[in-house]
Design a protein around this ligand. Sequence first.
Ligand code: ZN
Length: 547
Amino acid sequence: MTSISPADTEPPRWTINASVETLLLGASLFWAVAVNQRFFAGALAGHPGDNLGFTLALGLALVALNFLLLAPFATRHSVKPLLALMFVATAFAAHYMNRLGVYLDPSMLRNVLRTDVREASELFTPSLVPDLLLLAVLPLLVLWRVRIVRRAGWATALGVRIAGIGIAAAVLVGTVVAQYQPLASLMRNQKELRYLITPANYVWSLASVFGRDARASGPKKVLGADARPGPSWKTDTRPRVVVFVVGETARAANWGLDGYSRQTTPQLASLPVVAFRDVTSCGTNTEVSVPCMFSALGRRHYDEDTIRGSESLLNLLARAGVGVRWRDNQSGCKGVCDGVPTETAAEVAPPALCPGGACLDEALLAGLDDWLNKVDGRQILVLHQLGNHGPAYFRRYPPEYERFQPACRNEDLRSCTREQIVNAYDNALLYTDHVLATLVRTLQAHADRVDATMIYVSDHGESLGENNFYLHGLPYAIAPQEQKKVPMVVWANSGGPLDTGCLARKAAEPASHDNLFHLMLGLLDVQTSLYEPEMDPSHGCRREPGA
Ligand SMILES: [Zn+2]
């Protein structure tokens, strides 16, 4: 016996009665129309001829796709929480796609999942409010008033669901067949457009990331089991240090040493550094580039699963006898420093450099002088910068570096002029210039005892509004040069094993992240069959036997 409550007998007048299928269809239609503008724009841009028919077919296919995505998981009890969650997630997705030109591919989703709270909080700007109201709050209000109609018996319910799925699949296949020619050429020429199909893009990308993580969860494969010290370890008894600064979001286009019209690197320009002026990054985001920089595969043989599933260059170097340390001022080392000593800038720096718990990059240099006084053997110290991490470029530098004015002082880049955005971005580069020059001067001061090399390279570039793209992380195949060309600077003490005059001649040639693995092996003289001398810019430029 069930008791009947008054609410059941007298539903408020503004309640909507709907079956689960009707509700799913409504949500599918809403998303197809309300959040796929960029997909439609991209698809129609290269489409000659009958646009109306093609648009209608694409729209119909999107509705069917959305329905197929939801139908297997929506029951009478789960449909409302499921849709509520997806209305909110889709509103966020649409906001960043439309405002910043983001594509939600697996690599972008991995970046989102690994972002820390501080990084993420900079993306919560007032401009989110209208999108959230329209795309989340409004549909949630409607959803709240929906009363799910119960079907008579589970057999009927199951039958209706199966029929619904069948119809949606037929519509999807039908539209694809009807528009086969234009769709095939679209997918051939603009593959990346599929990452604009919302919400399927983030659902698919999320599933792909979890699938990959599950496959890579075992122990990591050993990298370079044959790694061993080279001959110079016996003949050269001076301490040898490589300080590798992994930069963040610095693009070559705005780098003074690379010929930018503004001098954004005045301090480095006054030091005897070697600037590589044509360097290509492995990826367009940290999650791809950082593991790639420390892998033997690089962009040439890029394979995400293999890189994630094996040790990094740092593990290989440690096994050969190199002292390894990773010091981080960002959201971690992306698996590269697993099994090696790691510390954060906040742990080692005086609190004055870390206002509110967020450290300026100078914090990475804390205690360096003391360390160099005592250092012995062969060492690699990796400093992972916060660099030019956006959108809050103005938070990346102390006030005295606000030299290019007016600078954008708002996380919502769209509320600033392009000039203000570029000014803030360039000020952050000025500060990186200061951090690197300070590091070089510190190493110089120890050159009587320690041979040191400083290598700086950014992990990827940044879009500053060109073609309406902001930040970074576009799929590599379609990413603009601004996101892929990065600065790279090398300094070594004169009289040390590296002949920088020789290196400067090599620096005129194009280079990439793929060179770093081999460069580090060369500089530390660690031998392994993975080493390719022709990939090592220091090969032929080192004053030691066999180099
Ligand atoms: Zn990055």
